[in-house]
Write a protein that binds this ligand. Structure first.
Ligand code: AMP
Length: 350
């Protein structure tokens, strides 16, 4: 029995991948619209701070994993005193805080955009003087899909920008005029075996992933460089499970270069294509890794186009399901809202 913290679409797809392997899942999530409940063998509805509920959950499962990186440190601590938590909570500590994360990546010798810690209006104004405009102000913690971010443009008032991120501890980051954004989905098991899927090219709108295509339009060296960077990150974290590394690809003269943007210590939206387009999906790979199994083949089955269905995009589902060759995934969420991920579609072209 695999325990999963979080009841969203990522947990749902983990449960669906565990079933053919003969493994069951118990979802732990607070009250709300939890599409993973529809498919799981067991569920606990309780806040992440409920000590007693966490203890009961830990005793009911063989291993605990999570679908989101903002698991409270206390929750991870309570659970890991009773049951194995994979990926290990130290991966959460590193990736929950952008300052720690970026320093960790830079210390591995991998390139990241220049960044400076900011914790007051004075330090923000000093950092802007150093990195110039445009630059990007990001909260250290609890940022995702562009939340907690402000671009400092030539006309941006710094006091307003500081207020705009809630005056929270932050980093100021150099603005990268990138050619494209790519990511690598990787898996590492307890034996230290690492596999990396082919590099995904990602497009975003309003900071939300809209489309992933493969192969990415990058050189063979850049492709290998991204995979190597992911392997090094996985080894340095002594990581067990699936993770994603997001990169900016820039061009300087005729030369492509890679900068790491961030690490997601979990299965990732840019890896959804692997369900229909790879020999082993990222979700199965994650279940295998945390269950102490060997990893599966990451072979890609063709050219890939994955498109997220966001908000009202699922209204046209009847047309989508009759489109030949289109793999349709609907998450079964109770309510559609603008910007909410409601499903995705994948096309694999041989
Ligand atoms: P993040 O939450 O850091 O992944 O940022 C969300 C999105 O904002 C990225 O996928 C980029 O499209 C954009 N972005 C973030 N940081 C930078 C940067 N330093 N330079 C340019 N664009 C950025």
């Amino acid at each position: 029995m695999i325990g999963i913290l979080g009841g969203g679409q990522l947990a749902r797809m983990m449960v669906l991948a565990a079933a053919p392997l003969g493994l069951k899942c118990h979802i732990y999530a607070p009250e709300g619209d939890n599409p993973a409940f529809d498919v799981a063998a067991a569920k606990t509805i309780a806040p992440y701070e409920d000590h007693a509920a966490l203890e009961r959950f830990a005793r009911a499962v063989d291993v605990v994993t999570y679908e989101f990186e903002n698991v409270p440190a206390k929750t991870a601590e309570i659970l890991s005193s009773l049951v194995e938590v994979l990926p290990q909570p130290c991966a959460l500590e590193t990736t929950q805080d952008r300052l720690i994360e970026k320093s960790f990546i830079r210390d591995l010798g991998l390139a990241v955009p220049d960044f400076i810690a900011v914790d007051s209006p004075e330090s923000l104004s000093k950092a802007v003087a150093q990195l110039g405009r445009p630059s990007v102000l990001k909260t250290r913690r609890f940022g995702y899909d562009g939340k907690g971010q402000v671009i400092i443009k030539s006309e941006t008032n710094l006091d307003e920008a500081w207020a705009g991120i809630g005056k929270a501890p932050a980093i100021l980051e150099q603005f990268i005029p990138f050619e494209r954004e790519v990511s690598v989905i990787a898996a590492r098991n307890a034996l230290g075996d690492v596999v990396t899927y082919d590099v995904c090219e990602n497009r975003h709108a309003h900071h939300i992933l809209t489309e992933t295509t493969l192969p990415a339009r990058i050189s063979a060296e850049t492709e290998q460089g991204a995979k190597d960077a992911a392997s090094r990150i996985g080894a340095a974290l002594n990581y067990v499970g699936v993770f994603a590394v997001e990169f900016f690809v820039g061009v300087s003269g005729a030369q492509e270069f890679l900068l790491v943007n961030e690490i997601a210590p979990r299965v990732h939206n840019s890896g959804h294509w692997t369900i229909d387009g790879a020999e082993t999906s990222q979700f199965e790979q994650h279940i295998r890794a945390i269950s102490g199994w060997l990893l599966g083949s990451v072979k890609r089955l063709g050219r890939i186009e994955m498109r997220n269905l966001i908000g009202g995009d699922t209204d046209g589902w009847h047309d989508l399901v009759t489109e030949p060759g289109l793999h349709v995934h609907l998450y079964g969420k109770a309510e559609s809202r603008p910007g909410r991920k409601m499903g995705h579609v994948t096309r694999v072209t041989i």
